[in-house]
Each structure stands twice: as C-alpha cells, then as structure tokens.
Design a protein around this ligand. Structure first.
Ligand SMILES: [Zn+2]
Length: 420
C-alpha cells in the first residue's frame, strides 16, 4: 500500500463528535431533530474542500455525494459503483450535547478514568476487548455524555478516505457514492432515501463495532400484539360474571419460553420478547417481538404464538383474544449472499489492513438490512466504536485508522478484480 498514512481521521472525528446530533423517537418528520443539519452542512463544506462538486443535501437531511471514477472511461464502466454510508445522528438513549472528547495517549491497561465523572470508569473487567488496544491511543467522552463514535467514527473514516484519494491520485477507483443519513438510531435511517436514484451496485455501512468486524447478517424479525377483552363488574358480586383480562394475560405470558428470551440468549440464538403491556380487568394489550437468524425458525416461532393463543382462547371462551403478527424485516444475508464478492472483497480489504476478520451477526436492525431489500446489498464494516449508546463509549485510534485503510483497500480491490 503506497498511500500516505496516518490519515486525518482522528482530527475529523474529534471535530464531528462535538456537534450535537441526537435523534428523537416518535417524531413523524425526517429528520427527527433539526440539529442533524448542523453536521450535514459541515460535511457539505468539507466535501467542497475535497474538490467534490456533485453534492446534494436534501430537505430530509441526507447528504449524498458522487465521486467520479479516475479511470479511463472504458475501464470505469467495468467497475461497480460502490456506496459508503454512515449515519449523522447519535442515540437518544444517552446525552449527546456538549460532548468533550478525552484522548488517552498510549493506553497501558487498567481502568480509564473519565474526567467529568467520579463514579464511571471504563474497565477491562467489564469490557475485555479494551486489552486488545494496549499501546493505542483511545478516545472517550468525559463521562457525562456518550461519545458519538456511533457513528461519527464511520463518517470520519469515510471523509478521511476521500482525503487520501484526493492527495494520492495514483490510487485508482470506480465511481463512489457517499451517503450520510439521519435518524438511523430511531430506526428510520432510510425512510427518506430514494435508493434507486443512487444507481449504486453495492453498499457498505461503516457503523460501529470492534476493529476487524464484518457483518452481513441480521435477524429475521416479526412483531405483534395480543388484545384480550375481559368483563368488569363489582368484585363483591362478580362470581360467574367477571372475566379478568389480567389473569388471561398471565396465562399467555407463561407461554413465551423464558429460555428463549433476550435476557437468556446471545450470538446466533433467536428469542421471544413480550415487552410492553397495559390494561385492566376489562381489557389488556400486550406487545411482543420475535427474532431469529433462520427464516424457517422465525416462522416456527410465529406458529407457536398462534397455537398457544388459540389454546388459551379455548380455555377462556367467554373472553375475546385477538392476535396479530407482522413480519418487520428479513435477514439481509439472503440478499448479500446472492453476490458473494461483496463479502469476499470486504474480507480481503480487512486482511490487507493487517488485522483479522471478525464475522458477526447483528442482533438488531440496521439500515443495511432495508437497503439490501431495496436493491442495494449492504453489509457493515467496523468503525471501531465500542460500548456505544453509553457514557462508557470509546474508540481506539488504531481502529479508526484501520477502518480508513480498509475502505481504501476495498476501493482498490474492486478496481483490481473488475479489470483483471
Ligand atoms: Zn450506528
């Protein structure tokens, strides 16, 4: 690799995290918070400084830039158009205003103290992965806010990669699309994006997780609710009349297997998760979700819920129990597997960066899942951010650098493989 490292990724990252971009749940408009434009506008300016002219900032706060190929036209046509994505917002689960990043130089093991907090430390006991980064500089917050490495580390990695391309014109690349999205953390990151108009072949989100991580799997997901109608009357004179919906709910809850719950599963295990209920004798509502990496297994879980709801309806014929279940997203693996080179090239890019590939499955949703089903197969590459959505969030600087290196390698691998 001949390009000049280190990149300016750390400086960019330290700048982006100070900009408050927390998104908000239960807001109908996109973006959910206007403040996300503050970072979007800075990025537009930085694209211009990098000599990129084809930039759009949409009224929904999507920043979209096109970097034309620097190959001769005949060759450029053979190289797929790759889209790199990262998200502007940070999680509403933790404070994201007034982030004051702390740079811990040459971490030597042990606890990392957070200067703004007397009771929080980042410890190897709690976060063993920290010990992989002995000798690296590490960025944390001051302990009063999250850091925002999720996903400003991803944005910084992409912008630093573009800066490298600009100062190293000998690095050949196909047409590149860059998309920065709002509202990923509230599950609406692609709601306002016209995926087809990007005319990209493959996408990669650069979002979160440990150095070396490559993710192409998400759960298959379904969600539903159960509505139980009871009948209330004076409890002193209720014999033979009252139908207590709360007692019926208790029976139903028994049937969601406890060993297949979020609190008892990990890695590739699926779960049943009743997560919200409210009600009275007269009426109870229950919301639940079902998750499984295997689509057939998800179907089996759906059938199981249908079956036990049916049984309980039989047991309480005087009540009315209404079940509805809807599938919400599908494992993106099925789409990504259709084009094996997406993962092969990404793996090779990570290996060329001199680090081992860690293949993981995402136990949650990701924009990549929805993009993959809208015609843009999109796995996720690490940005290096760890402990995200927390005041104990941190980003090892080496991981930031490796994320940049991986992006540059990937861009070159697409050129090499397409022209060979
Ligand atoms: Zn993220």
């Amino acid at each position: 690799m001949v390009f000049s490292m280190p990149s300016d990724v750390l400086n960019r990252f330290l700048k982006y995290v100070t900009i408050h971009t927390t998104s908000q749940e239960d807001v109908k408009t996109i973006p959910s918070t206007k403040r996300q434009f503050d970072l979007a506008e800075i990025l537009v300016q930085e694209f211009k400084e990098l000599g990129i002219v084809d930039i759009t900032l949409t009224d929904k706060c999507y920043v979209i830039a096109t970097i034309p190929s620097n190959l001769v036209e005949e060759e450029a046509k053979k190289v797929p158009v790759i889209c790199f994505l990262a998200h502007l917002d940070t999680s509403p689960e933790e404070v994201g205003a007034n982030v004051k990043p702390q740079l811990v130089k040459n971490y030597q093991g042990g606890n990392i103290n957070l200067p703004g907090s007397t009771d929080l430390v980042i410890s190897p006991e709690e976060t063993p992965v920290l010990l992989k980064f002995v000798g690296s500089d590490i960025v944390t917050s001051d302990g009063t806010t999250l850091l925002g490495g999720d996903d400003k580390a991803g944005i910084a990695a992409i912008m630093a990669s573009l800066a490298i391309l600009r100062s190293n014109p000998e690095i050949k690349h196909g047409t590149l699309k860059i998309v920065f999205t709002p509202d990923e953390e509230v599950g609406r990151g692609v709601d306002g994006l016209d995926v087809a108009s990007l005319s990209a072949n493959y996408g990669y989100t650069i979002d979160g997780d440990e150095m070396g991580v490559l993710e192409s799997e998400t759960f298959n997901a379904a969600g539903g609710n159960i509505h139980i109608t009871g009948f209330n009357c004076h409890p002193g004179y209720a014999k033979g009349k009252m139908i207590n919906a709360i007692r019926i709910l208790a029976d139903i809850i028994q049937n969601f297997p406890i060993n297949e719950s979020p609190e008892r599963t990990e890695a590739k295990e699926g779960y049943y998760h009743p997560y919200e209920t409210y009600g009275s004798v007269n009426e109870v509502k229950l919301k639940f979700i079902l998750r499984d990496f295997d689509y057939e297994e998800l179907q089996a879980k759906i059938r199981r819920v249908e079956a036990f709801t049916d049984d309980i309806q039989q047991k309480y014929p005087e009540s009315k129990i209404k079940l509805s279940i809807k599938e919400s997203y599908k494992n993106m693996k099925y789409k990504i597997d259709e084009v094996p080179e997406i993962m092969e090239y990404a793996e090779e890019a990570i290996i060329r960066s001199g680090i081992p590939v860690i293949k993981k499955a995402i136990r949650g949703g990701t924009d990549g899942a929805r993009l993959s089903y809208q015609g843009l197969p999109t796995p996720n590459i690490f940005s290096g951010a760890l402990n995200f959505h927390s005041k104990k969030e941190f980003v090892p600087v080496i991981a930031l650098e490796k994320s940049v290196e991986t992006v540059i390698n990937l861009i070159q691998i697409y050129v090499e493989k397409s022209l060979e």
